[in-house]
Design a protein around this ligand. Structure first.
Ligand code: LLP
Length: 402
């Protein structure tokens, strides 16, 4: 929740910008660290959710590892304090250059997603004379019951290796002299809200797959279940910290672990979503034929989730909190400035009467917000402002008060 003193300060700041509540980030990560200790789970933060330097530095200082999906993420994670042996590298399309660089860096493991990739990792490892630790990503054929663009564990998806290739996989692994097989990796989807049911199903599948590999003479030292815990986009203040308790408790209770086996999770969204807000301003109020539009100065290039997934983000008029005597409300279509009809923050939103210059908060924007932003329409990238260090805030210089 943004307090009034924040809002008074924001009135002077150039918009749009990303505001990060560092107290909330800290209490979220502290919760994760304490549950991880209690349930014996090793946590790697999914860097793709938000790779801001300050956030990564804090997350690494708390002992979490990093789950990376590109060579640049691996080197950025190193720069932000993650030790090489706390970094795993996933992704269906790692380039030869990225693989070679990660080998030289000495990362904890590659999460390999196809037979051909395993072959190439082995060949590059042999050429460089550096052994590769490889965990194999499996497609377990489990539906996560989330948006189809962020479902990854069904046979329709490009991710992981599925059952019909298992025997070819073990034959290949036996021939790969430069690979040390470390374990199995799974990730069935993101923004999973039916945590207990989906993960119970995943765990059942994982237990039988682990058993199969061990039966073939491949000890599965690490069992990595990926990320996916959902957050409450409708009510960010009601549930600012995601339900890590249910997630950790379910997987720790359901995965059969023998001695020496480690269990890993890779949360991204659930760590950073709620601490981030995209702060914007109303540029224009347009009275249309059938609707009223609030045109904001933040657009789909800043936060693409509504345009790409039809995702819901709560929108608040912050300035209206400074004028509590104006109770009227209106229904608005809240839109951005980008030249695309899908650049809509929310259609038919019930908001306090809003005027040009009002500050608007787009909530739960810390995950897959700044990290997915682009310069489409050649717009500037919005800067980050941290609650405990407002240096990133650029003061407003030019504006016309109506
Ligand atoms: N591990 C792997 C292998 C992943 O592919 C992902 C996310 C994660 C962990 C982290 O998942 P999380 O805990 O954040 O759910 N841009 C989309 C989300 C894409 C997720 C991609 N993979 C969105 O804005 O909803």
């Amino acid at each position: 929740m943004l307090d009034i003193s924040n809002i008074e300060f924001f009135e002077k700041v150039e918009t749009p910008f990303w505001f990060y509540d560092m107290d909330l980030l800290r209490s979220t990560v502290e919760k994760v660290v304490s549950l991880a200790g209690r349930y014996g789970i090793d946590v790697h933060y999914a860097v793709k959710a938000n790779e801001e330097k300050r956030i990564l530095e804090y997350v690494s200082s708390m002992g979490l590892g990093a789950d990376c999906v590109s060579g640049n993420e691996v080197s950025h994670a190193r720069d932000c304090g993650f030790p090489a042996d706390r970094i795993v590298f996933a992704g269906v399309g790692k380039s030869d250059r990225e693989i070679a660089e990660a080998l030289r860096t000495g990362i904890a493991a590659f999460n390999c997603e196809s037979l051909q990739e395993i072959y190439i990792v082995n060949a590059l490892a042999a050429r460089l004379g550096i052994r590769a630790r490889v965990s194999v990503r499996i497609n377990p054929g489990v539906d996560a019951h989330t948006h189809r663009y962020i479902t990854t564990g069904t046979y329709e998806n490009k991710f992981g290796i599925s059952d019909h290739e298992f025997s070819r996989l073990v034959t290949l692994l036996r021939r790969c002299d430069w690979i040390d097989f470390t374990g199995l990796h799974f990730h069935v989807g993101s923004q999973i809200t039916d945590v207990e049911n989906v993960f119970s199903l995943v765990c059942e599948r994982v237990n039988s797959i682990v058993e199969w590999f061990e039966g073939q003479g491949f000890p599965v030292e690490s069992i990595n279940l990926g990320g996916g815990l959902g957050v409450d986009y409708e009510n960010p203040d009601g549930r600012p910290v995601a339900d890590f308790e249910t997630w950790f408790g379910t997987v720790a209770g359901k995965i059969r672990r023998r001695n020496g086996q480690t269990l890993h999770l890779e949360p991204g969204r659930s760590i950073v979503a709620q601490c981030g807000t995209l702060v914007s301003r109303v540029l224009y109020v347009k009275v249309g034929e059938t609707k009223n539009f609030l045109i904001l100065d933040a657009g789909m290039n800043d936060l693409v989730r509504p345009a790409l997934y039809g995702a819901y983000h709560k929108i608040e008029n912050l300035s209206s909190r400074l004028r509590p005597n104006l109770p009227q409300s209106q229904i608005y279509d809240v839109v951005g400035p980008v030249c695309e009809s899908s650049d809509v923050w929310g259609a038919g939103r019930f908001l306090p009467l809003s005027v040009r210059g009002d500050l608007m908060a787009i909530r739960s924007a810390g995950a897959y917000g700044q990290s997915m932003s682009s310069r489409y329409n050649l717009r500037d990238l919005a800067p980050a402002v941290y609650s405990d260090d407002m240096h990133g805030a650029r003061l407003r210089t030019e504006y016309f008060q109506e």
